[in-house]
Every structure is written in structure tokens, then in C-alpha cells.
Design a protein around this ligand. Sequence first.
Ligand code: SF4
Ligand code: SF4
Length: 138
Amino acid sequence: MEIKKRLVLRFSKQIWDKPIVYKLIKDYDLILNILIANILPRHESYLVTEVTGEEENYNAGLKYLEKVGVRVSSIEQSVVRNIEKCVHCGACTAVCPTKSITIDKNTKEIKFDFSKCSACGWCVKVCPYNALEMFLMD
Ligand code: SF4
Ligand code: SF4
């Protein structure tokens, strides 16, 4: 079964220059569609990437990442909405380039589909109530 997931990969300053993405593609036969790359020489760096591959390869690739010290989290863990602060004004839906945030026609409340999110952060910038936060770096 093929798996496709959007992940945030965090690299410490000790491993930022290692050919880890190359190994994922070559040794684990995974397809990486890089959505955001924030690579800083000798500093903590991160990638937001869509990873596609057979389940066995995907799981083996994640184990490899763990072994070499890459911290992996899902987009859902990286873009967080504070439900108590959100007033469903819809401002974030207007700027979301991937249509990850929409307004439910029936309830008039916003809905998130993080499977589409690229972690661009635009929604975080426009929210007038600071209801959205990103956790791309610790
Ligand atoms: S912009 Fe902020 S308050 Fe408005 S719907 Fe989006 S998350 Fe909620
Ligand atoms: S981070 Fe970007 S893609 Fe994700 S929900 Fe916000 S605006 Fe949409």
C-alpha cells in the first residue's frame, strides 16, 4: 500500500550537511516533494516535505531518520489552532494557498485539512486573534 504524508524533518547543527534526503530517495525508494526548506549552515535546519512510497519503505525510511537523529513530526503537530481564541472570522481561509482551511457552509465554522497544508505560515500571519501558531523549530 502506498503512503503519502506531509512531514516536518528537523536537523540538528551536527547533521545539517549530511546526505540524508539523498539516502531516503536512493536507499528507501521514497519520493520527496519539498515544500519548504530552511537550511542554515551549522545551525538547526528543517524541511517540510511530502513523502510518498510503499508502506514498508516509508516505515524503514522513518526508522533510518530516527537512527541518524532527524526529528520527525507531522504537519498536524506543527500548525496548531487555539480553538478558544478562534472566532471563525475566516481571514485565514482567504490566504491559505492549499485550501487547507475552509468554512463549513452549514456551521459557518472553519475546518482544517492538514493533509493539504504546506506549513507556509500565511494563516498564522493574518489571524487577528493570534489563534494560530507554528512549531517548526523548537
Ligand atoms: S483568522 Fe484566526 S480567528 Fe479567524 S478563522 Fe482563522 S484562526 Fe480563526
Ligand atoms: S500554514 Fe499555509 S498551507 Fe497550512 S493552513 Fe496555514 S496558510 Fe494553509
